[in-house]
Design a binder for this molecule. Structure first.
Ligand code: ADP
Ligand code: TRP
Length: 323
């Protein structure tokens, strides 16, 4: 049976881009597959950039609550916190010693991050080895990720091959990236890729007034109210079309094309659509965040299930190395 595994860092509150681009598709995926999915919150990875304990704890719960609120079946699958399964650090050390230095030095994401961040710590450098440990510790075959993460999966595969080659075994399962055919990039309020790093994200968990303000801040062109407007390249239209039915989207397209329809009206429609579309998920999320002990309990149960797999794999790997 094919096993899928993916992680999301606890480096922020999941935004609309994370939800539509990663979380919802992964949940759909898990429903179509025999529910042998391991989804986890990469809290060790988040330490490379976030140092505040309160912030990390809040983000861990927020990411977990999002998986749950959007319908991930954590009973049939496994939802857990990376740091609850300590074996990952043990495996990471072993893998470190099979990782060629230049492979890490040439990784795109390390180069990007070391150009942008002022805190270039060793954790950022060895980030892909921890990620390889995440994947190899659970015999994952497929790893659903965005395009930006493909190289990390290739690194995991290369490290696994080096290890297998060294001991002439096939002990590590060689993982593959599972990238959606038409991987969507959700635009942010400035029209560029939505990201927490660009300050252009839409936090669907904001209270109504604040959320409305964010929607109203979406960048538009300066076509006057009375003239027809182009839907192509318009962020409000794009976001609306991702949430609305085909009929509703065609209706909004007509309004754009007819003229005498301002961007403010379109944004109001988008705001209403977000409130309607995410009502259930928002309610479930707020309920969970008000009872963090429920989230912690779900993660703890998940960690027990994940630990069992981790121990089986380590028991297979360690004797090869002489531990
Ligand atoms: P951010 O760019 O906000 O820091 P992350 O890098 O933490 O987001 O991404 C978490 C997950 O969400 C990844 O799987 C990533 O591919 C996906 N993701 C992030 N931003 C977008 C976006 N704008 N459109 C589609 N998917 C996205
Ligand atoms: N690096 C991934 C990201 O930023 C998160 C992650 C950590 C991950 N470990 C993983 C993803 C293992 C897939 C598999 O999006």
């Amino acid at each position: 049976m094919a096993r899928y595994l993916t992680g999301i860092q606890s480096s922020g509150i999941p935004h609309l881009g994370n939800i539509l681009g990663a979380i919802k598709p992964a949940i759909e995926f898990s429903k179509n597959l025999n529910n042998d999915c391991l989804f986890f919150i990469a809290d060790y990875h988040s330490l490379t950039t976030i140092k505040s304990a309160e912030e990390r704890i809040k983000n861990i719960r927020s990411v977990a609550a999002t998986w749950i609120a959007f319908g991930f079946d954590y009973n049939k699958n496994i939802l857990f916190r990376q740091s609850d399964v300590k074996e990952v650090l043990e495996l990471m050390w072993i893998l470190n010693c099979f990782t060629p230095f230049p492979m890490l030095a040439n990784a795109h994401s390390f180069k990007d991050k070391s150009d942008k961040l002022s805190d270039v710590n060793a954790g950022l450098f060895t980030y892909p080895v921890l990620m390889a440990a995440d994947i190899l510790l659970y015999d994952a075959q497929f790893v659903p990720v965005g395009k930006d993460q493909i190289q990390h999966i290739e690194i995991a595969r290369d490290i696994a091959s080096i290890f297998n080659g060294t001991y002439q075994t096939s002990s590590f399962v060689l993982p593959e990236a599972a990238v959606q055919a038409e991987a969507m990039t959700i635009p942010g309020t400035d029209g560029g890729k939505m990201s927490k790093s660009y300050g252009n994200f839409i936090d669907i968990y904001l209270e109504e007034k604040a959320l409305r303000k964010v929607i109203m801040s979406i960048k538009t062109d300066s076509t006057p109210l009375e003239l027809p407007k182009n839907t192509e390249g318009d962020t409000t239209f794009k976001l609306y079309s991702l949430l609305a039915s085909e009929e509703e989207t065609n209706h909004l397209k007509k309004l754009y094309e007819n003229g005498n329809f301002g961007y403010g009206n379109a944004k109001q429609m988008l705001f209403d659509k977000i409130m309607e579309h995410f009502k259930e998920a928002r309610d479930a999320y707020f309920e969970l965040m008000a009872h963090p002990e429920k989230i912690d309990e779900i993660l703890w149960v998940g960690a027990q299930k994940a630990s069992k797999i981790a121990q089986t794999v380590l028991t297979r790997i360690k004797p090869l190395v002489g531990f």
